[in-house]
Design a protein. Structure first.
Lengths: 144, 116
């Protein structure tokens, strides 16, 4: 059974990235994702929210929607903004350890099994897919 | 955001806040670089209370490392929690900055007095 959990960050500013972190960790726990995968996925969500704040809205307040869809096979978080967007970023080469910037997209790729960029008029989404290492015996699809 | 700075002989120790993220990365970078510019170029960054860091936080640390080295100093990272250590290892930051779990060893690294 599939389930969906949602969060809207209204007028997102940098401080709200931590709210996205905490929400993702709690939503992953409700979805029965293991703690290691949860930490990796939550870190990727923060990078995606940071991209929306920095590049989508150029640090001006703007709304960001988060949805977490889960089933027995995987957990998928979609981060959507209505900002100006960035062209889809190709997978970057491994950044050098000395590079002061440019790690966010690379970290998302490292943390997730799949990263997709989806654009529709006025909406930009990053889809972060994390496959379950094991199917939880307690998975019921109930997000309560 | 709180950063505690303490002098330890020729070195300084900066105890970083609970999160190193986009919201405080610029202030963190500015505060550390101000300390470096005022003479604290041999700097230990104590990560023992940092619960979460993102790429912005790592960027602030790297800016600090590069700034210290331009001034003839160095930086060591002290006692990161497992989650932060995993990020440091994933990004290979530990290839360019020593990561240690003992403050005396960290001070020895940045002052060039490697402990026996």
């Amino acid at each position: 059974m599939n389930t969906r959990q949602e969060l809207v960050l209204l007028g997102a500013v940098p401080d709200l990235a931590l709210e996205a972190l905490r929400w993702t960790e709690a939503a992953c726990a409700r979805a029965g994702l293991d703690s290691r995968s949860t930490g990796q996925l939550a870190g990727a969500v923060v990078e995606a929210v940071n991209n929306s704040i920095e590049h989508g809205y150029s640090l001006a307040p703007g709304d960001i929607n988060l949805t977490l869809d889960s089933d027995a096979r995987q957990v998928v978080v979609t981060v959507t903004d209505r900002g100006q967007g960035l062209p889809p970023q190709p997978l970057r080469a491994d950044p050098t350890p000395q590079a002061e910037r440019g790690r966010g997209s690379w970290l998302m790729q490292q943390a997730c099994d799949e990263v997709r960029h989806e654009c529709t008029p006025g909406l930009q989404s990053v889809v972060l897919v994390k496959r379950r290492e094991r199917i939880p015996t307690t998975f019921s699809g109930d997000p309560t | 955001m709180t950063i505690d700075f303490e002098s330890r002989g020729r070195a300084h120790v900066a105890r970083l806040p609970e999160t190193l993220v986009l919201a405080n990365a610029a202030r963190l970078r500015d505060a550390l670089q101000q300390q470096i510019a005022s003479g604290a170029a041999r700097l230990v960054l104590d990560l023992s209370r940092v619960e979460f860091a993102d790429s912005s936080g790592l960027s602030a640390i790297l800016a600090c490392v590069n700034s210290a080295r331009r001034r003839g100093g160095d930086v060591a990272l002290l006692s990161p929690m497992p989650r932060v250590r995993a990020l440091i290892e994933l990004t290979r930051l530990d290839d360019v900055v020593p990561v240690v779990t003992d403050e005396a060893a960290a001070i020895a690294r940045v002052t060039g007095r490697v402990a026996a």
